[in-house]
Design a protein around this ligand. Structure first.
Ligand code: M6R
Length: 613
């Protein structure tokens, strides 16, 4: 939700800022803008629409400033328009601010500022910030270099909600100030230049060295130094973290879209996620985990909490953990979990899954369970992300940067990591026979190659998509792990093709939804669970009888029985099967979206990381 970029150095800031925004556009894409420090003061150029429109703004090429801030917006308060675009200036045009997050008490602050003579030109919550900074700044009689820091600190104390802020002041032409609370912001350290971004991939081509701010920590950036302060303005030191992602991993590398590239990266993402967790003839290991048998025996309940695709991965993690470890697992949607007063105590383990590590609801749910005494374990794809710093323990998927809004390689990597985690627990608890563990480990090791084989269905799916792209409703069916995969497949189709779809546990069909099945409707079924195949086949026959067109993804040999299309995939262990069966369905969603001529990577109304409630 909204992307922010900043640059301070010796080069012209504008091309760097626009380039950064283009790389961050997956976070929001309804308007964009930049502010640079020019010889005659702050310049602001902004408009509604995509980032590339900035190139057409009058005078943009004349900007000379070497310090600047920039923003790409996902509208919350006020429709996309030039006035509502960021950066926002205060009335005196001394301060320029970009903001990611939501200011919940902006109405009160706005009323207060209007009473004090300020005028507002936008409908945004953000515009209160530069004006509040001005309010405190003008009341401060001191004239030292920390005057801006004090004004921003007081402003932040007044703000309720979430924010990552970049502030420029024309009184401090060689500095930039940043602060965050509950919204992502990273600082990239260069040589004689420094960078700000919402996400690491946008500035990976400039630096691999990053600082991560905690809530209410401030940084004042100059060209060759960065000073950090806590909320009481005490100077603090921060450790630098080196990120080993390759800059080209954030490029399309010849693929038409990031999503297609990321679908094809899955064999490698899975391989990297397996990493060295399964040493030959030894127990499974996690560098960051040291759970004892006594600790795991004391855990009487596990919650897996996440949003969207990550939650779907959690559903399959539940199956793996319950089967191998005999511990009850509940899977919750983070936005529900945080408000339903879940039963948590010191014997609860809460596992939080988030690709970005910045999802607001997931972070809030984590904080809640920590406050109730649970042990918390985060699974993320982004080193140093907020969730990894909040949780007691953290393990990583190694999918590399995921740029497309529709999550693909993060999902399969999450399912893989959860299966490995289940084995790790089971080996410590000795809750599953050794021979069974060895079988699953061997299956895990064969998965990257099986994912490669599965991808060979690409053209077949592409052709099938040509018959499907005009559909209005699609149904996905499955049982057990296949039901979880159906949920994920349905989400993929909805978000990038805008076709309405529903996923049902196949056994639920005749309890209501079968009323919707009529001539010509497409029903997609997933069949991988040996024990449930016969049952699902019966359900498929029921929809065929009522006129449905059917597509089946399966690793079993099926009688063709009037099924329109069967896509075979390699066989594997049940709790791993989603890693393979989702691949044709990711491709299906992708090719349907392409047939419809839609922007696959940036679907309407969505953003990659959901940093507001
Ligand atoms: O970064 P996270 O894993 O926390 O994101 C969670 C969801 O917002 C995300 O999976 C979303 O559902 C995707 N757009 C699905 O493709």
């Amino acid at each position: 939700m909204c992307g922010i970029i900043g640059y301070i150095g010796a080069q012209k800031a504008t091309p760097i800022l626009i380039n950064g925004l283009l790389r961050l556009e997956y976070r929001g894409y309804d308007s964009a803008g930049i502010s640079t420090m020019e010889k005659n003061g702050l310049s602001v150029m902004k408009d509604k629409g995509r980032v590339k429109n900035l190139y057409d703004l009058d005078g943009i090429n004349d900007l000379e400033g070497t310090i600047g801030i920039a923003h790409t917006r996902w509208a919350t308060h006020g429709k996309p328009s030039k006035e509502n675009s960021h950066p926002h200036l205060d009335n005196s045009k001394t301060f320029a601010v970009v903001h990611n997050g939501i200011i919940e008490n902006y109405n009160d602050l706005r009323a207060f500022l209007i009473e004090n003579g300020y005028t507002f030109y936008s409908q945004t919550d953000t515009e209160v910030i530069p004006n509040l900074i001005h309010y405190y700044y003008s009341k401060d009689a001191e004239k030292d270099e920390f005057k801006l820091l004090r004004a921003v600190q007081k402003t932040c104390k007044d703000l309720k909600g979430s924010f990552a802020l970049q502030v420029l002041s024309k009184d401090l032409p060689d500095n930039m100030l940043v602060v965050r609370k509950d919204s992502p912001l990273v600082i990239g350290k260069g040589n004689g230049e420094n960078y700000i971004s919402s996400d690491i991939p946008a500035i990976l081509s400039f630096t691999k060295d990053f600082y991560f701010l905690n809530d209410y920590e401030f940084a004042i950036l100059s060209r060759d130094k960065i000073d950090f302060y806590d909320i009481d303005l005490n100077k603090i030191t921060k450790k630098i973290k080196s990120i080993d992602w390759n800059a080209s991993a954030a490029d399309k590398n010849g693929y038409e879209d990031y999503m297609l590239k990321e679908i094809f990266e899955q064999p490698n993402a899975i391989r990297e996620t397996i990493g060295s967790h399964l040493p030959e003839n030894e127990r499974c290991t996690f560098e960051n985990l040291n759970f004892s048998k006594a600790f795991l025996q004391s855990i009487n309940k596990i919650y897996i909490v996440a949003c969207g695709t990550a939650m779907h991965a959690g559903l399959t993690g539940k199956i793996a953990i319950e089967q191998l470890c005999n511990i009850p697992v509940s899977v919750d949607i983070a936005s529900e979990f945080r408000y339903r007063n879940p039963i948590i105590d010191k014997n609860t383990l809460c596992i939080y899954i988030s690709q970005s590590g910045e999802t607001a609801d997931t972070i809030a749910a984590l904080k809640l369970s920590k406050s109730k005494g649970a042990t918390t374990l985060a699974i993320s794809n982004v080193i140093g992300s907020s969730i990894t710093r909040e949780a007691d323990y953290c393990i990583y998927t190694h999918a590399g940067p995921e740029i497309a809004v529709a999550s693909t390689k993060a999902y399969t990597s999450q399912v893989m990591l959860l299966n490995i985690l289940a084995i790790y627990f089971a080996e410590i608890l000795e809750s599953t026979p050794y021979s069974e563990i060895v079988k699953i480990k061997n299956e895990i090791l064969s998965l990257p190659a099986k994912a490669e084989t599965t991808l060979k269905c690409c053209n077949e799916i592409k052709n099938f998509a040509k018959n499907m792209y005009q559909e209005k409703d699609v149904f996905f069916l499955g049982r057990g792990v296949d039901y979880n995969t159906s949920l994920e497949a349905s989400l993929k189709l909805k978000e990038i093709s805008y076709i309405h779809s529903e996923a049902y546990a196949a056994g639920e069909l005749k309890h209501g939804p079968i009323a919707l099945i009529e001539n010509g409707i497409t029903v997609v079924s997933i069949l991988t669970d040996e024990l449930l195949v016969e049952k699902t086949i019966s359900n498929i026959q029921e929809v065929i009888t009522r006129g449905a067109n059917t597509l089946v993804i399966t690793n079993k040999t099926l009688p063709s029985n009037n099924i329109d299309k069967i896509v075979p995939i390699p066989d594997t262990h049940t709790s791993l099967s989603s890693i393979l069966s989702i691949i044709p369905l990711q491709l299906l969603a992708y090719y349907i979206s392409k047939e419809k001529g839609l922007d696959v990577d940036k679907p309407r109304n969505l953003a990659k990381s959901v940093t507001v409630e």
